[in-house]
Write a protein that binds this ligand. Structure first.
Ligand SMILES: Cc1cc2nc3c(=O)[nH]c(=O)nc-3n(C[C@H](O)[C@H](O)[C@H](O)COP(=O)(O)O)c2cc1C
Length: 166
């Protein structure tokens, strides 16, 4: 593997879900913009880009969102990016979840490359997120990404299993 490949695979395998973050350390504005640029570089069916991003840094709103998640969401991340789809743009009736998932993965990978920790939160209650963030009816929250500076460092890894390959 050459050096460039090694860098890419270090980031891919180094991306792990982070559930403990450094206290009192916000993510800088320029880094948030870089994360969003990475998100919007994701592949998208027919390049429709049916996504919208809500960046939540306000402490009170961040804690309301965490409080609305029943399980597996009570982590001390200072930043939440809510990735939403805008299905009205998609002529074949999909809800845009696949495009949003690609965007989310790009955020996670970019965060790792930038020394940030992240975790994809799928176990949220959409009506609560809608209410807290005043999201219009035609915009659909598809996933949350918690971000911040990591206070833990899970080991890099693949979970390659030959028996899953056919
Ligand atoms: C669609 C999706 C939803 C997830 N939802 C949650 C969640 O609600 N809470 C959480 O702590 N982790 C969540 N995760 C993270 C997974 O638990 C995690 O990716 C998995 O355990 C593998 O660990 P790794 O990310 O460190 O490789 C989610 C991951 C995906 C892809």
């Amino acid at each position: 593997m050459d050096q460039k490949e090694q860098i890419v695979f270090d980031v891919l395998y180094g991306r792990r879900s982070i559930r403990h973050y450094q206290d009192n350390r916000a993510v800088e504005h320029e880094k948030i913009v870089t994360l969003l640029q990475a998100a919007m570089a994701a592949p998208s069916a027919c390049n429709i880009q049916p996504w919208e991003f809500i960046v939540v840094t306000d402490e009170e709103t961040v804690s309301q969102i965490k409080g609305s998640i029943e399980r597996w969401g009570d982590y001390n991340a200072p930043l939440i990016i809510v990735v939403c789809s805008y299905p009205a743009l998609i002529p074949w009736g999909s809800d845009g979840v696949i495009d949003c998932s690609a965007a989310i993965e790009n955020i996670l990978i970019a965060a790792t490359a930038m020394g940030l920790g992240s975790v994809w939160i799928g176990g949220f209650h959409p009506p609560s997120i809608r209410r807290i963030l005043n999201i219009p009816e035609d915009v659909v929250p598809q996933g949350l990404v918690y971000l911040g500076y990591p206070a833990e460092q899970p080991a890099p890894r693949t979970q390659y299993l030959e028996e899953l390959v056919h």
